[in-house]
Design a binder for this molecule. Structure first.
Ligand SMILES: Nc1ncnc2c1ncn2[C@@H]1O[C@H](COP(=O)(O)OP(=O)(O)O)[C@@H](O)[C@H]1O
Ligand SMILES: [Mg+2]
Length: 252
């Protein structure tokens, strides 16, 4: 489990806080979504887990161990990270991109290749047609699939995903959301997923934490947030899907 305990981050010597007093449990085998508008502190929260950003207050534990007390390399090895601008290596084939973490770990070519093929299959890219392509020969959605496969290569228990499908069209995005749900179910990964998109949060989140100006407004499953919003902000945010849902029910 990932546990945030009263976590805060200030980038300006505690004059303003990008994240304040954030407490949240990210239970194993589920997808927890951080939902909030731009600037609400989502990326900062995520990056404090793998220490791309160092926290200013509170404590984050991964499997009961304080991240501040852990070796950064070991910590990052246990956590896969996928973000919007994937940064695949252009001069490396898809297969080499997927296996980069394994190469760094010194695994020999044959098992590396086998693992890359297995992962490409898993994310819906048949290796026979994709393994030897280069990133320039992929669509945006295919690139994100490679990024997901790459994050999974070393079999991390946790996946941090920062608006990974943000730049994709709606249909491609839905298809990747389905793939991700499938991965959660088949591999039992624990996923912390950041999005500003309400419908994406509802589609993916077993639990959703609504962030607003660096604070958590409410944590709950989609149903709870829709039916029992705890704050005016959450009520307003979920007004449209709530209306769509009750409209649908009206026609049944
Ligand atoms: N490296 C940084 N230096 C200074 N301020 C930052 C830095 N990163 C983020 N911030 C500020 O922290 C706040 C939250 O940013 P961020 O976590 O990126 O939000 P989100 O991902 O929800 O859009 C914003 O006000 C942003 O300007
Ligand atoms: Mg962000």
């Amino acid at each position: 489990m990932i546990a945030f305990n009263n976590v805060g981050k200030s980038f300006d010597d505690e004059r303003t806080w990008a994240v304040r007093d954030l407490s949240l449990d990210v239970p194993e085998g589920h997808t927890t979504v951080l939902l909030g508008s731009s600037g609400s502190g989502k990326s900062t929260t995520l990056k404090m887990v793998n220490r791309l950003v160092e926290l200013s207050a509170g404590k984050i534990e991964v499997d009961g161990r304080d991240v501040q007390a852990q070796n950064i390399v070991m910590l990052r090895r246990s956590i896969g990270y996928v973000f919007q601008h994937v940064g695949l290596f252009a001069h490396m084939s898809v297969e080499e991109n997927v296996a980069i973490g394994l190469s760094l770990r010194g695994e020999p070519p044959t098992p590396r290749r086998r693992r890359a093929e297995e992962l490409l299959d898993l994310v819906g890219l048949p290796p026979a047609s994709f393994a030897r392509r280069y990133p320039g020969q992929l669509s945006g959605g295919q690139e994100q699939r490679v990024a997901v496969a790459r994050a999974l290569a070393t079999d991390p228990k946790y996946l941090l995903m920062d608006e990974p499908f943000g730049a994709l069209d709606e249909i491609t995005r839905q298809s990747l959301q389905e793939t991700l749900k499938d991965l959660r179910d088949r591999l039992g990964k624990t996923i912390l997923f950041v999005t500003h998109d309400l419908f994406e949060a509802l589609a993916l989140g077993d639990r959703i934490a609504v962030l607003h100006e660096g604070r958590i407004e409410q944590v709950g499953d989609g149903d709870e947030l829709l039916r029992r919003p705890a704050t005016p902000f959450v009520a307003q945010l979920f007004e449209r899907p709530a209306r769509l849902l009750s409209g649908k029910r009206g026609h049944d």
